[in-house]
Ligand binder design. Structure first.
Ligand SMILES: [Zn+2]
Length: 160
C-alpha cells in the first residue's frame, strides 16, 4: 500500500481523498484509492500464523541470459517440504552465451546427457502445479523473471 499521488475518491465511502492524504492499492489499470479511515488494515501482530511460519516452496533457474521471453532455462532447483529437493539440467537446444556460462558455470559440455527442454520443463511444471494444488506459497528470488521465463518456455514447448 502506498500514498495516493493524485486526488481521487475513496473506493469504500466515496469521500474525496486529496493527493497525498490517503492510500493506493492495486496495480496499473486497477488502482483503488482509500481514505485513511477506510484503507485496508493489516491483521494485528501475532493474530495470524505468519507466512514465514507456514510451509514454503522455492524455485530457481539458471538460464542462457536475462531476457525471460527469449532466453532458455538450463537448470532448475526446486525446494519443497524438508527433504524434498529436485534439481536438474536441461538442454535447451541453443548455444549458451559465454557471458552466461561465466555467471553460473554451465557450459554445453555440462549438458551432455541432459534432457531436452520439453522433458526437463515437464518436471518443473508438474512440481509447480503440485505446489499450487497444496496451496503452498512459492518463494522465488526474482519471480517476475523466473515465472515469466517458465511461461515462455511452456508456450514454446507446446504440449507441456
Ligand atoms: Zn473512505
Amino acid at each position: 500500500m502506498r500514498t495516493n499521488r493524485f486526488d481521487g475518491f475513496c473506493d469504500a465511502c466515496a469521500g474525496h481523498v486529496a493527493a497525498g492524504r490517503g492510500n493506493l492499492t492495486g496495480r496499473p489499470g486497477r488502482w483503488q484509492t482509500w481514505c485513511l479511515a477506510c484503507a485496508p488494515k493489516a491483521p494485528p501482530r501475532a493474530g495470524h500464523e505468519g507466512w514465514h511460519q507456514t510451509p514454503l516452496a522455492a524455485l530457481d533457474f539458471e538460464t542462457t541470459g536475462v531476457d525471460p521471453h527469449h532466453d532458455r532455462v538450463l537448470s532448475y532447483a526446486l525446494l519443497d517440504q524438508p527433504g524434498v529437493e529436485l534439481s536438474g539440467l536441461i538442454d535447451p537446444g541453443v548455444p549458451i552465451p559465454a557471458g552466461a556460462s561465466q555467471v553460473h558455470g554451465i557450459t554445453a559440455a555440462s549438458l551432455v546427457g541432459a534432457p531436452p527442454s520439453a522433458e526437463g520443463l515437464r518436471v518443473v511444471l508438474d512440481w509447480v502445479q503440485g505446489v499450487i494444488d497444496r496451496t503452498i506459497p512459492l518463494v522465488v528470488f526474482n519471480a517476475a523473471y523466473d515465472l515469466t521465463m517458465l511461461r515462455a518456455e511452456a508456450r514454446r514447448n507446446r504440449g507441456l
